[in-house]
Write a protein that binds this ligand. Structure first.
Ligand code: ACO
Length: 356
């Protein structure tokens, strides 16, 4: 079986920089709180009239395609990971196909809704498709336009200050070199805590989960909801219930356990130890989480790439943006062992080891 490799990578972040101080004008927060807890100094917000999650993804994809030495028409499969799609349906995969001007219909387009682990899940899927010989030029994109779905009142501050917009993309191709490319991917999920970090409404749940779990107060679902109002009622809008929710400390505690666990699992599979890692690209959820993981893995800070300070948490885009920036900065060289790892909503988490 052939291995898969990343043949080209690109990223795009919108021009608009939003500093922590900018956020203090709309909600009760401070630069000090945000930096101390998360390491974030600023994030980017897209132009709401000219950009969408798909166009951000397309901008990153064009760079990845060019660097892979192919054209958009050569792409034979699209995988698009996002939690902030342009439409409820159809997904961003087909919108990206159109945006890139790919007119042939022999290709497939798949959307992934795995939040922070979306890029790793996508890479794992691409890897399997390449290994079986089904596709040769898979375009994998992680993109988010969080800024359109955040609560900018003080009620939403624990979530809103963390997230930013951006996109990263990679072209995955087969390689004949046995020890190169994706060595392994590990995927996990645990739905027990689905509501600990979630965007509950709008959705078709009708209060079912909230009632079963005794979470009515937290989600304050409108019991008078009618058919046809399936996604939101005026009351839900008035009560500002249509936003992401997170139990930060709960997520934090689990993340610092699961990151090292899933990295070690991948290393064990290929008979390597953490000292073999040349560059760890952790999902950029929180600088404190990355620092904790680096320490736990015995990795010096120069072997861990972080850019959350500039972009905040860009969810599905965070790993490909970081991977691309690390590569562009010359921090990833041919033959290096690169480790990707993510943990996020679901919960879903995963890792990938790549011999560059
Ligand atoms: N500004 C000022 N104060 C704030 C803010 C803010 N932006 N947000 C919360 N606070 C306050 C709270 O109201 C609380 O005040 P209180 O003590 O008076 O009640 C206090 O700060 C502490 O709040 P916590 O939520 O307990 O803060 P914590 O120290 O846990 O930090 C954080 C929050 C940064 C979110 C942290 O918990 C974290 O990083 N968690 C993990 C996030 C993560 O990994 N997510 C997964 C990936 S994202 C995805 O999957 C989509």
């Amino acid at each position: 079986m052939l291995n898969s490799k990343i043949a080209g990578i690109g990223h795009y972040v919108p021009e608009k920089v939003v500093t922590n101080n900018d956020l203090t004008s709309v909600m009760d927060t401070s630069d000090e709180w945000i930096q101390e807890r998360t390491g974030i100094k600023q994030r980017r917000y897209a132009d709401k009239h000219k950009e969408t999650t798909t166009t951000l993804g397309a901008a990153a994809a064009r760079i990845a395609i060019e660097r892979a030495g192919i054209t958009a028409e050569d792409v034979d499969f699209i995988i698009f990971a996002t939690l902030s799609p342009d439409y409820y349906f159809p997904g961003c995969g087909v919108l990206l196909q159109r945006e890139l001007g790919i007119t042939k219909t022999e290709i497939g387009a798949l959307d992934i809704r795995n939040q922070c682990s979306g890029f790793i899940y996508g890479l794992s899927i691409a890897d399997q498709f390449v290994k079986t010989g089904m596709y040769k030029n898979i375009l994998l994109v992680g993109a988010e336009m969080h800024s359109m779905g955040l609560d900018f009142s003080t009620k939403g501050r624990n979530v809103t200050v963390i997230f930013g917009d951006g996109a990263g993309a990679a072209v995955i191709q087969p390689t004949e070199e046995k020890d190169k490319g994706v060595l392994t991917t590990k995927l996990h999920s645990d739905g027990t805590y689905a509501e600990k970090l979630a965007f509950i409404s709008p959705g078709s749940h009708g209060g079912y989960h909230a009632e079963k779990l005794g979470l009515e107060d937290r989600f304050g679902f409108d019991k008078d909801i009618e058919f046809g109002e399936i996604f939101a009622t005026q009351k839900m809008m008035d009560d500002r219930q249509l936003y992401p929710e997170m139990e930060g400390q709960f997520v934090f505690k689990l993340a610092v356990t699961k990151f090292p666990e899933v990295i070690n699992e991948a290393l064990t599979e290929v008979n390597l130890k953490s000292d073999a890692i040349d560059m760890l690209i952790p999902h950029q959820a929180n600088l404190r989480i990355s620092q904790f993981v680096a320490k736990r893995m015995g990795l010096s800070q120069d072997k861990v790439f972080n850019n959350i300070q500039k972009y905040g948490n860009t969810t599905a885009a965070s790993i490909p943006i970081a991977l691309c920036e690390a590569w562009e900065a010359g921090k990833i060289k041919e033959g290096d062992l690169v480790c990707l790892a993510a943990f996020g909503s679901g919960f879903t988490w995963g890792s990938a080891l790549i011999r560059w």
